[in-house]
Design a protein around this ligand. Structure first.
Ligand SMILES: Cc1cc2nc3c(=O)[nH]c(=O)nc-3n(C[C@H](O)[C@H](O)[C@H](O)COP(=O)(O)OP(=O)(O)OC[C@H]3O[C@@H](n4cnc5c(N)ncnc54)[C@H](O)[C@@H]3O)c2cc1C
Length: 427
């Protein structure tokens, strides 16, 4: 008997998870099929809704109020403010105590590992003590074996950005005999397990040894920021122990890949998928689809399982395969395309028009993606809906430059929430 669900979601990033959970909450049976790890392992784990308007350097204080200033083709304009709010409500419900920021409609200012300050809507609770708007003297701690975060450079940038507190930076050795190129996940594990390490001529628990390495540099700092590697499963406990040892608040600074806050968020989403009763098939790509004969509907998608082609049937489908990074949109020298359903993806004919000469200019490629109607069904070059039972969510939807606007996860949540809900309600 073929595998069949009410709703089938393709893609296991934040958009796919939001779609599947929101569809399951309508009472539909849902399967989520995903190939590889999502973009979250590269991302910071922050939930950006809207930090900047296109072409402006002024940080947005109230993201919901700024939605009406976006162009008509922007995904937020397509889904409307209610879907943005409800997508965030869904996230708050999933994240529970793990995230902060839900009490206000204002963006928070979070210092990044480069020393810039980023307006974001939700941040992991591990980052909460580090908000750049809070006026407390700060010590930033970097590790010599982790060149991605230079505490002194981050300090200079923060001071130049007008941070309202004194900030100092120090590079220390991570205590213990770790390989020079140890991964952040290895350090996190050592702190999680509080492994015994050899440091300062003594064997001692890793958390205590780390505090001892930092203590001489405190100089009255009221809070200490570390790169985000302070444990994984027991991150709260690691921060709390370090904070007691140092007599100062301790927080994590979101880092680049592999990003522990992003990986923790991925775990959180998959736990929520399990709880919602979503069936998950992972590790193999969806490579093709079969239409219902004579209708603008999808009958099934085809998964490539070690060269065996397995059809998965459903009544409604959500495409949440990500943008250029997730491989939901692909490009070669000639064109840009959507590889599963071969959906229409507008792009300038001439490849030299895909990007701007300026590094931070208006790059067309940044907004490549499918063009949805108000129900998020992808349309063709004439504006006609391609399939009545296919919706798109997240990075695969075009019209937003998430990196410039700081809107990535917000777009995924708003479109994921709406695509999943409407798919579930269509059953
Ligand atoms: C370096 C970096 C930093 C970022 N930082 C932030 C940030 O600080 N804050 C923020 O809000 N946003 C940030 N973003 C953007 C944000 O991460 C993305 O916008 C968001 O994660 C996209 O989610 P998604 O679910 O649409 O796609 P993805 O997370 O890319 O997920 C797509 C999923 O679909 C799967 N998939 C793809 N094709 C197939 C197929 N054919 N069959 C089955 N599965 C398939 C992929 O394996 C993947 O699991 C960042 C992005 C990058 C690249």
């Amino acid at each position: 008997m073929p595998i069949r669900e009410d709703v089938l979601v393709v893609g296991g990033g934040i958009a796919g998870a939001a779609s599947a959970i929101s569809a399951a909450r309508t009472g539909a049976s849902v399967r989520l099929v995903t190939h590889k790890k999502s973009t979250l392992r590269h991302a910071s784990g922050l939930i950006d809704v809207l930090g900047f308007l296109p072409g402006s350097d002024d940080p947005i204080v109230y993201p919901y109020s700024a939605l009406s200033d976006l162009p008509d083709e922007h995904p937020y304009s397509v889904v409307g403010e209610n879907a943005v709010r409800e997508g965030l409500d869904l996230f708050d419900d999933i994240a529970g105590d793990a995230y902060r920021g839900g009490h206000t409609g204002k963006n928070a200012l979070v210092a990044t590992h480069g020393g810039t300050v980023k307006p974001t809507a939700r941040y992991p609770k591990g980052a909460a003590e580090g908000l750049a708007s809070t006026n407390r003297d700060t010590l930033l701690v970097g590790f010599r074996s982790l060149p991605d975060f230079d505490a002194s450079v981050a300090c200079e940038h923060l001071a130049a950005a007008g941070a309202p507190f004194a900030v100092d930076g120090v590079q220390v050795d991570f205590p213990g005999d770790f390989r020079a190129d140890a991964k952040v996940t290895r350090y996190a594990k050592a702190l999680d397990r509080n492994e015994t390490v050899s440091a300062f001529g003594k064997e001692r628990p890793a958390r205590e040894a780390l505090a001892e390495a930092v203590r001489p540099h405190l100089d009255g700092a009221e809070r200490v920021g570390f790169p985000a590697l302070l444990g994984d499963a027991h991150a709260d406990e690691v921060r709390s122990d370090l904070s007691s040892e140092l007599g100062a608040a301790v927080y994590e600074i979101p880092m680049g890949p592999p990003s522990l806050p992003g990986l923790r968020l991925e775990d959180l989403l998959f736990d929520a998928l399990d709880e919602a009763g979503v069936r998950i098939s992972s590790g193999n790509p969806v490579v093709d689809y079969t239409p219902v004969e004579g209708e603008h509907r999808v009958k099934s998608v085809t998964v490539d399982r070690n060269n065996q082609r397995v059809p998965l049937h459903a009544d409604e489908f959500v495409l949440a395969t990500g943008g250029l990074v997730g491989k939901g949109i692909t490009s070669d020298r000639e064109s840009v395309s959507e590889p599963v359903f071969d959906l229409y993806v507008p792009h300038p004919e001439d490849r030299y028009d895909w990007w701007d000469q300026q590094a931070f200019g208006d790059h067309a490629f940044a907004a490549f993606g499918v063009v949805p109607d108000e129900e998020l069904r992808p349309t063709d070059a004439d504006g006609e809906v391609e399939f009545d039972n296919l919706r798109a969510a997240g990075g695969v939807v075009g019209g937003a430059d998430f990196a410039a606007e700081k809107s990535g996860s917000g777009v995924s949540l708003a479109t994921g929430y709406l695509a999943g809900r409407t798919a579930g309600e269509a059953i």
